[in-house]
Design a protein around this ligand. Structure first.
Ligand SMILES: [Zn+2]
Length: 89
């Protein structure tokens, strides 16, 4: 529990939250064995572990078999891995 007074007195520092990566498929609630920050960056070696077909890298969903497309982006001088799209199986 945090009161409104506590929130007002503390400077707004970005809080890093880490969530299990969810499949981007619209009707799919599949969970992937990767972690994603609340800023949308994947943790760990997601890009290296991704499958690659025709130059596209993706993380296959164990539920629907769809492809969660990933790409490395330069974010403030750091290469971060993001999910950039989804292709249904
Ligand atoms: Zn899925």
């Amino acid at each position: 529990m945090s009161s409104a007074a506590d929130q007002a007195s503390e400077p707004k520092a970005p809080v890093l939250k880490i969530n299990v990566l969810k499949c981007r498929g619209e009707a799919c609630n599949g969970l992937l064995a990767y972690e994603e920050t609340n800023e949308g960056f994947l943790l760990g070696q997601a890009l290296l572990l991704a499958d690659e077909v025709d130059g596209k890298r993706f993380l296959p969903c164990p539920e629907c078999g769809g492809r969660n497309l990933v790409e490395e982006k330069d974010v403030a001088g750091k290469m971060r891995t993001c999910v950039i799209g989804f292709e249904a199986a």
